[in-house]
Write a protein that binds this ligand. Structure first.
Ligand code: SAM
Length: 274
């Protein structure tokens, strides 16, 4: 979809009618009316879709109404809170084509940079051939965890046409996420920004499989690792700190093994011989 088509859908969505029972569920923690209108008009324009969303809630309830009865559509919904996810599952219980993933906030590493984001186990449960038509990023909590990392976790399920909708895109953490995606995928990232309440961005990555190997600077990597540790300490105390050390050690080892496979095999053989 090109720039003009996205802008047309956004303009048209102004007059999209959101059902009253969906409107009555809008709160400060859900998508706002303008964002829901855009999603409604987007589905109207592109038809049954494979939908991925980060942050379940009203968006799930709304898209399930539009897509839930269509056997050609499927919704994947990820949430860090089992409490809120259970509420959403209950509200959507009559729809069969939704897969919910409970993914508590955990350390995650991408290209050496550390994040606190959704536990990435869910991503391996998505069948290999699945490519998303739409990805809605409305979680995790932007100011606390940022919204950059989820896109890395599902990068193998993106296609050049995937429409990525980032809610609250006018805020600083979301702006930073966009800037970093641009460093990872360079000029293959196109962004349409619609200022509204907290802003909405529509992003496409034209060659999602081609990413920079080392997009982040050393100091930034170190800062991210330190930041994750600090937050883990604040949220979980010493056990979390220990966990983060184990995580760091394991993922560094895996990285080294990836870069120097032969050297690693030789060391292993040498240790076995001794
Ligand atoms: C920005 S909200 C958005 C969730 C969803 N996309 C929506 O439109 O409602 C992010 C998080 O709030 C939590 N949440 C869901 N429903 C909630 C509610 N009724 N009150 C407070 N938080 C809620 C969920 O854990 C969710 O991941």
């Amino acid at each position: 979809m090109n720039k003009e088509q996205i802008a047309q859908i956004y303009a048209r969505s102004e007059s999209y009618i959101i059902p009253q029972d969906v409107q009555s569920r809008i709160t400060g923690s859900t998508l706002d009316l303008r964002a829901l209108k855009f999603l409604g008009a987007l589905i109207e324009a592109i038809g049954p879709v494979t939908w991925m969303e980060f942050g379940s809630g009203l968006s799930t309830f709304f898209t399930a109404r539009l897509l839930g009865a269509d056997s050609n559509a499927h919704i994947y919904s990820v949430d860090h809170s089992d409490y809120y996810m259970a509420q959403t599952q209950n509200a959507c219980r009559e729809h069969k084509n939704i897969t919910f993933f409970y993914a508590p906030i955990s350390p995650y590493r991408h290209k050496l940079k550390s994040f606190l984001t959704y536990k990435s186990d869910y991503a391996v449960k998505i069948p290999d051939g699945v490519k998303f038509d739409v990805v809605l990023i409305d979680g995790p909590l932007g100011f606390r965890y940022g919204r950059e990392a989820p896109l890395y976790q599902i990068a193998s399920h993106l296609k050049p046409e995937t429409i990525i909708v980032l809610d609250d895109a006018g805020r600083e953490p979301e702006q930073r996420a966009i800037a970093n995606w641009r460093r990872v995928w360079r000029d293959k990232v196109s962004v349409e920004f619609f200022p509204g309440h907290k802003g909405l961005a529509v992003i496409q990555i034209h060659e999602p499989a081609i990413a920079q190997s080392f997009p982040f600077h050393g100091s930034e990597i170190w800062k991210s690792w330190y930041g994750v540790q600090e937050r883990l300490e604040a949220e979980g105390g010493k056990i979390a700190l220990l966990y983060s050390f184990i995580f760091f050690f394991r993922s560094t080892l895996e990285r080294v093994r990836g870069i120097f496979p032969t050297l690693f095999k030789k060391i292993k053989k040498y240790i076995r011989l001794k």
